[in-house]
Design a protein around this ligand. Structure first.
Ligand SMILES: Cc1cc2nc3c(=O)[nH]c(=O)nc-3n(C[C@H](O)[C@H](O)[C@H](O)COP(=O)(O)OP(=O)(O)OC[C@H]3O[C@@H](n4cnc5c(N)ncnc54)[C@H](O)[C@@H]3O)c2cc1C
Length: 461
């Protein structure tokens, strides 16, 4: 952790007054500004290279097509950065938000590509006065163009499968494996760009620029997705130390490893865990830390949802674990006041429990469960709340039931429970319907947006 991070983590010590706005820029603002600057600067460079190069064919449709083609390359490079899982970006923006941007940038890529192809085909068809289908066949006769067409086909198929309707019908692992085909599409597109008439080869400066940009994106991806996880796992050598049932459906897995005091994990973050035992090494699932990392051990707590989470109960002690992470911006780094409201629903208590351990200043915890018997980790929360002088409310019942209806997160009820809510950072993690209800109420109560932090337990959109 850097000195700057440390200052932001311990804001209570800076001001000492609950609800006081902390000085300094919000970490997500800086990271967003860096990304926007990266895009804008490169758009300007790409367009300047295009205008000053001699790639123009003097045929307007073809030139517009080439112009879009260069932007396709730029969008692809930006996509690679968004999925590179660079710790600096991830800690500030969060993987959920980066993944949501990746999704929208993906559709932007598709449409830019369609415009590129449409203008090129129409342009050449018009220039040589050939029907469009014959022109397509003629263009495919050039090997670099054929590679570009193959990239287009892969991108169209993956984009089709990423539309929510199709995505929901595919198993996560299937969708993810198909998504990996996009790396092939990127490679094909790079070769296409190198050998087609583009600004890639229009001057030594342009060639150096494009190679630097592609190399930067490639190295970021390789570093974030391959080298860093391999290095961290070789260093920490995680193993299952204990498997502790918390209820009939929830289990905690304790892990030990080497040099865990050097692992830059924080309360509220998650890892993508792969347990290397027979029959399940191929499955990787994201789970939050359910205790703040103490430098000696890590713990996750998982509810049985499908085969991956249900099987955790049977993972043998001693099993080697490959963990990618830590990821996520649901941490104290995002805090802008020195008073906090933590809201958990069901198994969403896991990162909330870890955050309660780490946060100082005034803390209120709301824990929503059907009955107290369903409240996993409750004894730990109560002990921590006592130790930290935090206020803990367990909110039981079925939403909407009874008279008046049980709606603890309706704006007036939330305000009654936490009257100084607008002066607090609010962290919420629970089932989607509950999280949405809380976020709606926070908007109604005019809690500033930058004080609101949500972990949705979902990445794939
Ligand atoms: C950031 C994050 C933190 C989470 N923390 C916790 C936690 O602390 N405790 C807890 O009980 N649950 C947590 N979850 C939810 C947990 O990951 C899923 O319940 C679990 O992966 C389900 O896997 P399964 O094989 O049992 O079920 P499946 O039926 O195979 O999967 C159910 C759904 O889980 C999601 N999923 C599965 N694998 C992955 C993956 N590798 N990456 C992204 N999504 C995946 C998919 O949406 C999938 O459709 C978290 C999820 C996320 C994204």
């Amino acid at each position: 952790m850097t000195a700057a991070d440390e200052t932001l983590t311990r804001p209570g010590r800076l001001t000492g007054r609950p609800g006081t706005l902390l000085p300094g820029r919000h970490p997500a603002t800086l990271a967003r500004a860096v990304l926007v600057a990266f895009v804008l600067i490169n758009v300007v460079v790409v367009e300047a290279l295009f205008v000053t190069s001699d790639v123009a064919s003097k045929h307007v449709l073809i030139d517009v097509g080439k112009f879009f083609g260069l932007h396709v390359a730029l969008v692809m490079i930006f996509q690679l950065l968004l999925v590179a899982r660079l710790p600096w970006l991830d800690r500030r923006i969060g993987m959920d938000r980066l993944t949501a941007w990746h999704r929208w940038v993906g559709f932007t890529l598709l449409w830019t590509l369609i415009l590129h192809v449409t203008f090129i085909v129409l342009g050449y068809a018009r220039r040589y006065a050939t029907p469009v289908p014959r022109q397509v066949v003629s263009l495919a006769g050039s090997f670099p163009v054929l590679l570009g067409m193959a990239a287009l086909a892969v991108i169209v198929v993956v984009a089709g499968l990423s539309v929510r309707y199709a995505r929901r019908r595919l198993q996560y692992e299937t969708w993810h494996a198909l998504h990996l085909a996009l790396y092939l599409a990127v490679t094909l597109a790079l070769v296409h760009q190198m050998f087609e008439v583009s600004t890639f080869t229009s001057s030594a400066l342009a060639t150096a620029y494009w190679w630097s940009l592609w190399a930067f994106a490639g190295l970021a991806l390789l570093g974030g997705r391959v080298v860093l996880p391999l290095w961290r796992n070789a260093r920490h050598r995680l193993r299952v130390a204990a498997v502790v049932p918390e209820s009939d459906t929830v289990v905690s897995v304790h892990l030990r490893g080497r040099h865990l005091d050097r692992m830059p994990a924080r309360a509220g973050q998650f890892f993508v865990w792969r347990f290397l035992s027979a029959g399940r090494w191929w499955q990787a699932n994201p789970f939050s830390l359910s205790a703040a990392p103490d430098g000696r051990s890590l713990r996750l707590t998982a509810k049985a949802v499908g085969s991956g989470s249900a099987g955790l109960r049977h993972v043998p002690v001693g099993t080697r674990v490959f963990a990618e992470g830590p990821y996520g911006a649901f941490t104290a780094l995002q805090r802008v006041t020195d008073a906090t409201l933590l809201i958990a629903g069901g198994v969403g208590v896991t990162p909330i429990r870890a955050l309660l351990e780490e946060l100082d200043g005034s803390v209120v915890v709301l824990y929503r469960v059907p009955t107290r018997a369903d409240a996993v980790l409750l004894a730990e929360l109560e002990a921590l709340a006592r130790m930290r002088g935090a206020r803990l409310h367990v909110l039981t019942g079925r939403t909407g039931a009874g008279s008046p209806p049980n709606t603890p997160f309706a704006p007036e009820n939330l305000h009654a429970l936490v009257p100084d809510i607008t002066g607090r950072d609010v962290y919420v993690c629970g089932p989607p319907a509950m999280t949405d209800a809380v976020l709606r109420s926070l908007r109604a109560l005019r809690v500033p947006r930058r004080q609101v932090h949500a972990e949705r337990f979902s990445l794939a959109g």
